[in-house]
Design a protein around this ligand. Structure first.
Ligand code: FES
Length: 238
């Protein structure tokens, strides 16, 4: 007999070892997320995937599915929390979508649209963050980093390197580069590394490719993030 959880009243089967997020993706249920990517170890840092499990808030990407859990994914409260988290990400960095090369391909922007975010709600920090354009092929704009840790995990788990780390706390938190100078050009990153292509925002970009696909024809210009995410993630992991 299948073990099951219930998500918004729908019975969802799961296998031992799966998280709530894994089970939801297998059942074609979208739980908003930014730091989660099924190809990498869950990190549980963005909290966008917060669901209520038997009445308590939990991160769906890290919380194990267990028999009989009654999970709420869509409710006015949860959507409001997710909206506020996303607004905080926007004011904490410098995300100016109309002038960003990643517009239309950016998960942060797409999640904001999905959550019907119309303004920042909070005062903007206008953080003073530098760029690293030192590498001939890869650019880092720290203004757009949301500290999802995906580049850190990709470098370690797939590329067998250790190019990135997150350092500091709060407003001083930064993505740092493992090289003597602290610059990307002196690290051992390669343009073919997974870490160079995993960024969900426009923080890590491949130079010279920014406008190859015209604005208006990009991924999230055509489809909402729930459809894109389920199509990609359930195909690979369903
Ligand atoms: S997606 Fe679960 S905490 Fe970020």
């Amino acid at each position: 007999m299948h073990k099951t959880i219930t998500i918004d009243g729908q019975e969802v089967p799961f296998e031992a070892g799966q998280t709530i997020m894994d089970a939801a993706i297998s059942a074609d249920i979208y739980i908003p997320h930014l730091c989660h990517n099924p190809d990498y170890q869950p990190h549980g840092s963005c909290k966008l995937c917060t669901v209520k499990v038997n009445g308590r808030n939990c991160s769906a990407c890290t919380f194990p599915a267990m028999e009989g859990q009654d999970i709420q994914n869509h409710s006015a409260d949860l959507e409001q929390d997710r909206l506020r988290i996303t607004q905080m990400l926007f004011v904490e960095g410098n995300h100016f979508c109309p002038s960003c090369e990643k517009t239309g391909n950016c998960q942060l922007q797409a999640v904001a649209y999905y959550l019907k975010m119309h303004d920042n709600h909070f005062p903007h920090f206008f953080a003073n963050r530098e760029m690293d354009a030192s590498h001939p092929e890869i650019l880092i704009d720290h203004n757009r980093c949301i500290f999802c840790n995906l580049c850190v995990r990709a470098s370690q788990e797939k590329d067998n390197k250790n190019v990135f780390a997150i350092s500091g706390r709060g407003i001083n938190k930064r993505l740092i580069i493992n090289s003597k100078s602290g610059q990307l050009k002196d690290s051992d990153i390669d343009i073919n590394d997974c870490a160079a292509h995993i960024c969900p925002t426009g923080a890590i970009l491949i130079k010279g490719t920014g406008y190859q696909v015209p604005i208006g024809q990009r991924i999230y210009d055509q489809q909402k993030i729930d459809e894109v995410s389920l199509a990609e993630e359930s195909k690979d992991h369903g």
